[in-house]
Design a protein around this ligand. Structure first.
Ligand code: B12
Ligand code: SF4
Ligand code: SF4
Length: 388
């Protein structure tokens, strides 16, 4: 089979698995990505994602990851939502779960599709293949841009002229040298809607993100307490954030995602914070079975829910926050103390503080108690954050 015929076969197989966009990148197509990645890591913008510096060498180039690589098929799967995900941000007693996490975990779904494509491709076209979705040290966004699927917008994610910002990426690397596609150009122009939409001012400059300020990082990847200065701006976002994606004008061309398993589960559209605060470990696992949220674990998730409770202004949530003061996880107890500091009048807070400080041994939780109710929630003046 000629390389051209092998490429046509791959694209046909990708379409039959429901992918919306496909393109081929040469293994040496992103020479700028490695140095930029290192520069990014040097600023510390990756926060406690230690796996970033650990894999930086392999991540810098597909050839560094796999020396026999001949080409990379980059694929995009549209997950366009059926309503503007920002509506739930106004429902302060409910939690906002980002669009990508409202249905089943896309990693499993896309990996299954990639494996099926690979198993039908190799017997006919030959060569060896490896499939990737998110988990391997591969820079999927610059590779997808090099393959012509879209461009990296100022919010750093891939945007497509035909489909907007709601695209998951996946990759199939092959040892065959397939003909590459032309890269897509930047169509952001003078627009800066995504930069202005960010609730936590996470973009120090266009095309650069400081993950340490990104709500997605803070609510999903970050293991410790959420920094005080960012808690207010997080609002009721309890898992990920869509604000920069949703603001992009290119979404006017976005279609509704066709993959039923990725569609929002009804219970994940605007879950009551009270319901989520009452989940024990077993109930959490059941509630979020097959969801990406399960991977974060109950402790971090409850931390996020408590930040949203603190921001809710809803006194009816006080008993739930009080119950969580006795949680076995220090991270949860500390977040509960902060939430009560936001919701309770000074007298009631003081009583609880005295009672709990008498028996609390964990230094981090003690620090939360001592700060609860103070003005530490305000972002520093030099880092103004939108509080939409
Ligand atoms: C680490 C990571 C994160 C981190 C860091 C985010 C980031 N932007 O890097 C956190 C946890 C914050 C995150 C959040 C999200 N993520 Co994420 N994440 C990744 C992951 C695993 C690696 C990304 C990476 O390599 N980052 C390192 C930085 C340095 O790379 P970079 O962004 O490409 O940086 C480039 C620019 O800075 C640029 N650059 C620098 N200077 C300049 C100057 C100019 C002029 C230009 C043009 C460019 C430029 O060059 C760099 C190199 O290409 C990828 C999967 C993968 N393996 O690629 C998914 C991935 C990027 N995430 C994805 C998604 C969906 C999200 C969220 C939308 C989830 C959510 N709803 O909460 C948010 C979006 C936040 C945002 N605005 O980026 C999708 C994006 C799909 C798409 N259409 O692009 C990916 C590709 C997963 C997937 N397989 O679908 N994510
Ligand atoms: S995902 Fe949210 S917090 Fe992160 S950069 Fe985009 S708008 Fe900012
Ligand atoms: S919102 Fe504007 S600046 Fe941001 S990615 Fe979309 S077009 Fe580019």
């Amino acid at each position: 089979m000629t390389p051209e015929a092998a490429k046509v076969l791959l694209f046909d197989l990708a379409r039959s698995e429901g992918f919306d966009a496909a393109g081929i990148a040469a293994p040496d197509a992103i020479p700028q990505a490695g140095p930029r990645l290192k520069e990014w890591i040097a600023t510390g913008a990756h926060g406690d994602m230690d796996w970033m510096p650990e894999t930086a060498e392999r991540r810098a180039s597909p050839r560094a990851l796999w020396s026999e690589i001949g080409a990379v098929l980059m694929l995009g799967l549209n997950y366009g939502p059926d309503q503007d995900p920002r509506h739930v941000l106004a429902e302060r007693s409910a939690g906002a779960i980002s669009v990508y996490a409202r249905g089943d975990d896309y990693h499993e779904l896309i990996k299954g599709k990639l494996k099926r494509i690979a198993s039908r491709f190799v017997p006919r076209a030959g060569g060896d293949v490896k499939v990737f979705v998110d988990t391997a040290p591969l820079m999927e966004k610059p590779l997808a841009a090099a393959a012509g699927i879209g461009w990296q917008g100022k919010h750093t994610n891939l945007v497509s002229r035909e489909r907007g910002s709601w695209l998951f990426l996946g990759a199939i690397a092959t040892t065959l040298a397939l003909p590459p596609d032309a890269p897509e150009h930047d169509h952001c122009g003078s627009c800066r809607a995504c930069l202005d939409a960010c609730p936590t001012a996470a973009f120090p400059a266009p095309y650069r993100i400081d993950a340490r300020r990104c709500v997605s990082y803070l609510t999903i990847e970050h293991r410790g307490p959420i920094p005080h200065g960012l808690r207010k701006a997080i609002g009721n976002r309890i898992y990920g954030c869509d604000d920069c994606l949703a603001a992009c004008p290119w979404n006017k061309f976005a279609a509704l995602g066709r993959e039923a398993r990725l569609a929002a589960r009804t219970e994940n559209r605007a879950p009551a914070l009270a319901e989520l605060a009452r989940l024990d470990d077993a109930a959490f696992r059941l509630r979020f079975s097959k969801s990406p949220i399960k991977r974060t674990g109950r402790t971090r998730f409850l931390r996020n829910v408590l930040v949203a409770i603190g921001n809710s202004g809803d006194a009816a949530l006080v008993p739930d926050a009080i119950s969580l003061l006795a949680d076995p996880a220090a991270l949860v107890r500390g977040a509960a103390a902060w939430a009560l500091g936001e919701l309770l009048a000074p007298g009631a807070l003081e009583e609880l503080r005295t009672a709990h400080l008498a028996s609390e041994d964990d230094p981090q939780v003690r620090a939360e108690w001592l700060a609860a109710g103070s003005m530490l929630g305000d972002p520093p003046a030099h880092q103004s954050a939108n509080t939409s």
